[in-house]
Design a protein around this ligand. Structure first.
Ligand SMILES: *Cc1c(COP(=O)(O)O)cnc(C)c1O
Length: 399
C-alpha cells in the first residue's frame, strides 16, 4: 500500500467507537436488535425524518427504495450518469431500466430538472437524484416535476448526511409557504444513505433508508428481512412466536456492531461536516484565482443558501488531456486524487444506454474532473501540501 502524505479520504475512529463496539461484543447479542433501533432513532432525529431503517450498505438501501416504491419490469427510472455505478445498478435489480439525464452544467454536477423533464415518457416510474459531493440538487424544480407527472423520487443521499436544501415548504393542502431548510433524504419519497468507509460517517459497510411515509416504512422494514412479519429479536424477547412471509424480501439487515459504530460516528457528524466545509472554503479561496483550474459549485460554496455536507472536493482541469499527467504529478508529491465519476453510460455493461451526444455535459465533466483529498481530520499542513503541489504543477506547466 502506498503511504500517502495526503490520502483522498480518512476515517476518524476514537475511543468512543472502540468502546461502543466492544460493549456490543460483551453483550452477547450481535445480530440486528436494540442497538440498531437506537441508531435508527438517533439518525431519524438528526436528519429530521419520521423513519430511518438501517441496512447492510448504501446499494441495498437504494435497491429497497426502488423495490418498495414498486419499480419493476417495463418501468424506467431517470437518474444521473455522473455518479457511482450503484445508483444505476440498484434500479436494474428491480427489473426496471435506468434512463440517464444530463447534469445541470460543468459547474453544477447535479442532475438537471430540464434534462429530467425531457426524458419523461409513459414508461417513467420514478426519478433518482444524487446530491453530488453533498451539494443539494434543485429539489424545488424536481419535486414539482415529479408531482406533475405522478413519479416517485428517491434521493441517493450517500454523499449528503447533514446537507439541506433551501426550498419552499409545501403543504399538501395549503400550497407553498415560506422558504425553509429541508434536509437531504427527507424531500423525496425515500432517502438512501451509505456508511461505506470513505463516506462522511462510516460503519465500514452500512446504509440507511429514510422516509416520512408510515406504510412505505413498514414495507421497507419487511423487505429488509425476507418479507417476514417478525424479527429474530422480537421472537427472542417472546414478542412473537411465529411469522408470516408477505413479500419477496431480502436479507439486507445491519448488525449491532455496525450500529454501535454508527451511533458513535453520528455524534461526530456535525463537527466533521463543519471541518470539511472549512477545508473546502480554504481550497476554494486559494484555487479559484489559478489559471488552468475551475472550481465547480463555486457559487453555491461562496454564497450558500443550501447547506452542503462537502463529501467531495472536485476541480475541473481546463485541458482534459493533462489529467493523467496532473494526477501522477500529485501522486509523486504524495497526494492521492481520484475521479468522481467515470460516466456510467461509458462502462461496457452499460453500452448503448445513452445515444452518442445525449449527455454532453456529463461526458465533458467525466473527462476533466479530478477529486482532491477532503476529510474532517485533514491537518492544515496536509491541506497546504495539496495546494502547494497544485501550485508547483501550475508553475511547471507555465514554464
Ligand atoms: C457510496 C455510494 C453508493 C453505494 O453505497 P455503498 O454503501 O458502497 O453500497 C451509492 N451511491 C453513491 C452516490 C455513492 O457514493
Amino acid at each position: 500500500m502506498t503511504e500517502w502524505r495526503v490520502p483522498l479520504a480518512d476515517v476518524a475512529i476514537g475511543p468512543e467507537e472502540l468502546s461502543a463496539v466492544s460493549d456490543v461484543l460483551r453483550s452477547g447479542w450481535l445480530s440486528m436488535g436494540p442497538v440498531t433501533a437506537e441508531f435508527e432513532a438517533h439518525f431519524a432525529a438528526y436528519i429530521g425524518v419520521k423513519h430511518a431503517i438501517a441496512v447492510t450498505n448504501g446499494t441495498a438501501a437504494l435497491h429497497l427504495a426502488h423495490a418498495a416504491l414498486g419499480a419493476g419490469l417495463g418501468d424506467t427510472v431517470i437518474c444521473p450518469s455522473l455518479t457511482f455505478v450503484a445508483t444505476a445498478n440498484a434500479i436494474r435489480y428491480t427489473g426496471a431500466r435506468p434512463v440517464f439525464a444530463d447534469i445541470a452544467g460543468v459547474h453544477d454536477f447535479n442532475i438537471s430538472a430540464a434534462a429530467i423533464a425531457a426524458k419523461i415518457d409513459a414508461s417513467t416510474k420514478g426519478i433518482c437524484v444524487v446530491h453530488y459531493g453533498g451539494h443539494p440538487c434543485d429539489m424545488t424544480a424536481i419535486m414539482q416535476l415529479a408531482r406533475a407527472h405522478g413519479l416517485y423520487v428517491v434521493e441517493d443521499a450517500a454523499h449528503a448526511p447533514g446537507a439541506a436544501c433551501h426550498m419552499p415548504v409545501v403543504h399538501e393542502d395549503a400550497g407553498e409557504d415560506a422558504l425553509a431548510m429541508h434536509p437531504c433524504g427527507t424531500i423525496g419519497d425515500v432517502g438512501c444513505f451509505s456508511f461505506f468507509a470513505n463516506k462522511n460517517m462510516t460503519t465500514g459497510e452500512g446504509g440507511m433508508v429514510t422516509t416520512n411515509d408510515d406504510a412505505l416504512a413498514a414495507r421497507l422494514r419487511r423487505l429488509r428481512s425476507h418479507g417476514m412479519t417478525s424479527l429474530t429479536w422480537d421472537r427472542h424477547r417472546g414478542h412473537s412466536a411465529s411469522y408470516d412471509v408477505v413479500d419477496w424480501g431480502y436479507n439486507y439487515r445491519i448488525d449491532e456492531l455496525r450500529s454501535a459504530l454508527g451511533l458513535a460516528q453520528l455524534r461526530r457528524l456535525k463537527t466533521d461536516n463543519r471541518k470539511r466545509a472549512e477545508i473546502a472554503q480554504a481550497y476554494t479561496a486559494q484555487l479559484q484565482p489559478l489559471d488552468g483550474l475551475e472550481i465547480p459549485f463555486y457559487t453555491s460554496m461562496t454564497a450558500p443558501s443550501n447547506l452542503s455536507s462537502f463529501h467531495l472536493y472536485p476541480v475541473l482541469l481546463k485541458d482534459a488531456s493533462t489529467r493523467a499527467q496532473f494526477r501522477s504529478f500529485m501522486q509523486r508529491q504524495g497526494v492521492q486524487t481520484s475521479i468522481h465519476y467515470p460516466a456510467i453510460h461509458r462502462f461496457s455493461r452499460y453500452q448503448g444506454t445513452a445515444a452518442e451526444g445525449d449527455l454532453p455535459l456529463t461526458d465533458e465533466v467525466a473527462q476533466r474532473v479530478v477529486t482532491l483529498p477532503l476529510y474532517a481530520g485533514m491537518r492544515p499542513e496536509q491541506r497546504d501540501g495539496v495546494l502547494q503541489a497544485i501550485r508547483q504543477w501550475q508553475a511547471l506547466r507555465a514554464a
